[in-house]
Design a protein around this ligand. Structure first.
Ligand SMILES: [Cu+2]
Length: 124
């Protein structure tokens, strides 16, 4: 998943959102536009990628994901990957089996302001 072309080709989520929104909202405070899976969504196993899409450019190197199961067990995820400038992707080391998961994320915008949030979803 480290190969950029492969990752982008494999990333259906990227195609759902046009990147022009990023430049036209360059002055807007950084905020989340969408997550994949959606907050509280039910998705089919196995889940291989988690995305958080922002309205503006973020810095993947200053970003991080913490994924936990319902019982609090930590799920191993790779370093955050930046896609299209305004999207972060986390790839679990192993596809997520059925269960409920919580994703905590943090990032930094171009204005150096930190932003963090969390959402949950269920793999079934
Ligand atoms: Cu992706």
């Amino acid at each position: 998943m480290r190969n950029g072309k492969f990752v982008i080709a494999a990333c259906a989520f990227l195609g759902l959102f046009a990147t022009p929104a990023v430049s036209s909202q360059a002055q807007a405070p950084l905020q989340v536009i969408a997550t994949d899976p959606d907050s509280n969504a039910r998705v089919k196993a196995p889940l291989t990628m988690i995305h958080v899409m922002f309205n503006n450019q973020i810095d993947a190197k200053a970003s991080g994901f913490e994924v936990t199961k319902a019982d609090g067990t930590r799920v191993e995820v790779g370093e955050p990957l930046q896609m299209g400038g305004a999207m972060l992707m986390a790839t679990p080391k192993a596809p997520l089996p059925a269960g409920t998961y919580k994703v905590k994320w943090h990032t930094v915008g171009l204005d150096a302001k930190k932003l963090e949030g969390e959402f949950s979803f269920t793999v079934q």
